[in-house]
Design a protein. Structure first.
Length: 234
């Protein structure tokens, strides 16, 4: 997917990119490749693949929820900024928090948001089960892209979500993980709503969006310490 195709595909998502946004994505790509030469952020480096498998893939979350109405969003395990920074470029109204325990990745994101001149972005180098102490039930939307098994991820993510807010997990495979997680989702005060499956262009695979809505406050004993979550997922 080249830049022109990317712009046209976004139009079909009802997203009209300005020249400034197009340039932001170009700078994003260039800095990602430059940084990746000395710090491994992604194995996907060909420009057409980055635009398809990172930029466009991240933008598809806009098909699952009205991002123009989202005030606060948390991206858990943000890595190199997918989907969080992509969505921030597309929807500048979002107040974005990027969370990752990998210091090299949060350093990259810090430099990137300065290069892209993005306001309203907070970058946190911490573990989710530690950061929750400051931000319990604070976010309208929490997302995570290709992070952990869902049975583990729900306990890390759902406590951050406001009542009536959403956790949307982005997965390539999800059916078994979802079946293993449904009891845990309810235990954490949320309901599984549905899964939206979207085929990526050029036979690049399927992206599954698992949509979970927060119904009531999560018991403060969750999340547990990470080793306990791993040993016995909910």
């Amino acid at each position: 997917m080249n830049e022109i195709e990317f712009v046209e595909k976004l139009k079909k998502l009802n997203i009209q990119l300005s020249d400034y946004q197009i340039e932001q994505f170009n700078k994003y790509y260039e800095y990602l490749i430059e940084y990746n030469l000395h710090t491994n952020l992604t194995s996907i480096t060909r420009k057409e693949d980055v635009y398809l498998k990172h930029f466009y893939d991240s933008s598809l979350l806009s098909k699952t929820i009205d991002l123009s109405k989202i005030e606060n969003m948390l991206d858990i395990g943000c890595g190199a900024g997918f989907p969080g920074i992509v969505l921030k470029i597309l929807f500048p109204n979002i107040k974005l928090t990027l969370l990752d325990s990998n210091n090299k990745k949060t350093k990259f994101c810090t430099s990137l948001i300065n290069i892209l001149k993005l306001d309203g972005v907070t970058i946190i180098n911490d573990r989710a089960e530690e950061y929750i102490n400051n931000k319990r039930e604070c976010f309208d939307l929490v997302t995570a892209r290709a992070v952990k098994n869902l049975s583990i991820l729900i306990e890390l993510a759902i406590p951050f979500v406001k009542i009536n807010g959403y956790f949307i997990a982005m997965k390539s495979e999800c059916e078994q993980e979802l079946n293993d997680s449904k009891n845990g989702i309810k235990l954490l005060g949320a309901n599984y709503i549905k899964t939206i499956n979207i085929n990526l262009p050029n036979n690049a695979g399927i992206r599954n969006f698992i949509i979970i809505k927060k119904q009531e406050k999560t018991n403060k004993k969750y999340p547990r310490q990470y080793n306990k979550i791993l040993k016995k997922p909910l």
